[in-house]
Design a protein around this ligand. Structure first.
Ligand code: AMP
Ligand code: ZN
Length: 114
């Protein structure tokens, strides 16, 4: 998608601090971190929102979660814990319409999240 920020990061047209890349996903540091670790994980394929996921994306979503756990462990958050979040549309505050998983860690995270 030519106007999609995360497609541009995927294609190297916008710089990002890339942490992990494989044949399915890309992980990079959030530009406006909300915790000491705030990593964004995106699928390489463009999917606008969680509403657009179909059964064909099951493996993709699982892949994102496994990759997030790997990054969390590498950053030393396995025992302390972390939060994985996917925002969908207005009420959740989605601002980039290419699905992504937030990995937040490194401080106590409030619940309910607000
Ligand atoms: P969401 O609000 O769930 O759509 O999350 C979008 C996230 O993308 C926010 O946490 C932003 O800080 C982050 N973000 C926006 N632009 C960039 C960028 N150029 N590089 C890295 N992260 C970004
Ligand atoms: Zn995209």
């Amino acid at each position: 998608m030519p106007d999609c920020l995360f497609c541009k990061i995927r294609d190297g047209k916008i710089p990002a601090k890339v942490i992990h890349r494989d044949d399915t996903c890309l992980a990079f540091d959030d530009i406006n971190p909300q915790a000491p670790t705030h990593v964004i994980l995106i699928p390489l394929v463009h999917v606008e929102t969680v509403n657009d996921l179909t059964s064909e994306h099951r493996e993709l979503v699982g892949h994102l979660t496994v990759a997030a756990a790997k990054v969390a462990k590498e950053r030393g958050h396995a025992d302390g814990g972390y939060r994985l979040v996917m925002n969908c549309n207005r009420d959740a505050g989605q601002t980039v319409f290419h699905i992504h998983l937030h990995l937040l860690a490194g401080r106590p995270l409030l619940w309910p999240p607000g």
